[in-house]
Write a protein that binds this ligand. Structure first.
Ligand code: GAR
Length: 190
C-alpha cells in the first residue's frame, strides 16, 4: 500500500524540493500534499510544477478548527514532515499523528532549539558560542518547539574561519543529503 506524505514548509522550500524529487518515482511513497502558512511561499510553485496539491493555512484554520484532519483524510495522509515550518503544532494534530510527524532542525538539539531559534539565528548562536561542531536533528514532533524524541542526527565541523553563512551552507548540505533517506527509512520500518 502506498504511503502518503504531507510536507509543511514556509521558507524557501529547499528541503521540500529535495524530498519531492527523491520520492517522485518511488514505488510506495508519495508526496501528496504541500501545506504552507504563506500564500507566496516558493514551495507552492515547486508543488504546482510537480502536480502536487497545496493547502495554504492561516492561524484561525490551524488553531481554531480541526479541518486540516479532513483534508488529510481526503489525501490519505499517513505521515507529516515539517521542513522549515515555524508554527507550533496544535495538540489535536500532534495526537492524530503521534510518532508519524517529524521536524528537521538546523542544529544538534537540545542545543540551539526552541521558540525563535530558526534559520540564521541558530547559526549565529553556534558561531558566537565558539562551538567546534554543529549539525542537524530530525525528531518526532510533540507539543513543544524542537522537543520530541530524536530519530537522527548528523554533524559537521565548525572551523575558526567559519561565518554563520558558511555554517548554514554546511548544515543545509547535511539536511539535503539525509532528510529524504531518513523519511524513507521511517516509512519503510514495520
Ligand atoms: C531548514 O534549515 C530547517 O532546518 C529550518 O528551516 C530551514 C528551512 O529551509 N527549520 C527550523 O529552523 C525549525 N526550527 P528550506 O526552506 O530551504 O527547506
Amino acid at each position: 500500500m502506498k504511503k502518503h506524505i504531507a510536507i509543511f514548509a514556509s521558507g524557501t522550500g529547499s528541503n521540500a524540493k529535495k524530498i519531492i524529487d527523491y520520492f517522485k518515482h518511488h514505488n510506495n511513497i508519495s508526496v501528496s500534499l504541500i501545506v504552507s502558512n504563506k500564500a507566496d511561499a516558493p514551495v507552492l510553485d515547486i508543488a504546482r510544477e510537480n502536480g502536487i496539491p497545496t493547502l495554504v493555512i492561516d492561524r484561525e484554520y490551524f488553531y481554531q478548527t480541526t479541518s486540516i484532519l479532513k483534508k488529510f483524510n481526503e489525501y490519505l495522509i499517513d505521515f507529516v514532515v515539517l521542513a522549515g515550518f515555524l508554527w507550533l503544532v496544535p495538540a489535536y494534530l500532534v495526537k492524530s499523528f503521534e510518532r508519524r510527524m517529524i521536524n528537521i532542525h538546523p542544529a544538534l538539539l537540545p542545543k540551539y532549539g526552541g521558540k525563535g531559534m530558526y534559520g540564521m539565528k541558530v547559526h549565529q548562536a553556534v558561531r558566537d558560542s565558539g562551538e567546534k561542531e554543529t549539525g542537524i536533528t530530525i525528531h518526532l514532533v510533540n507539543e513543544q518547539y524542537d522537543d520530541g524524541d530524536v530519530v537522527f542526527q548528523a554533524k559537521c565541523n565548525v572551523e575558526p574561519e567559519d561565518t554563520p553563512q558558511t555554517i548554514a551552507k554546511k548544515v543545509q548540505q547535511l539536511e539535503h543529503r539525509h532528510f529524504p533517506e531518513v523519511i524513507e527509512k521511517l516509512l519503510q520500518s514495520p
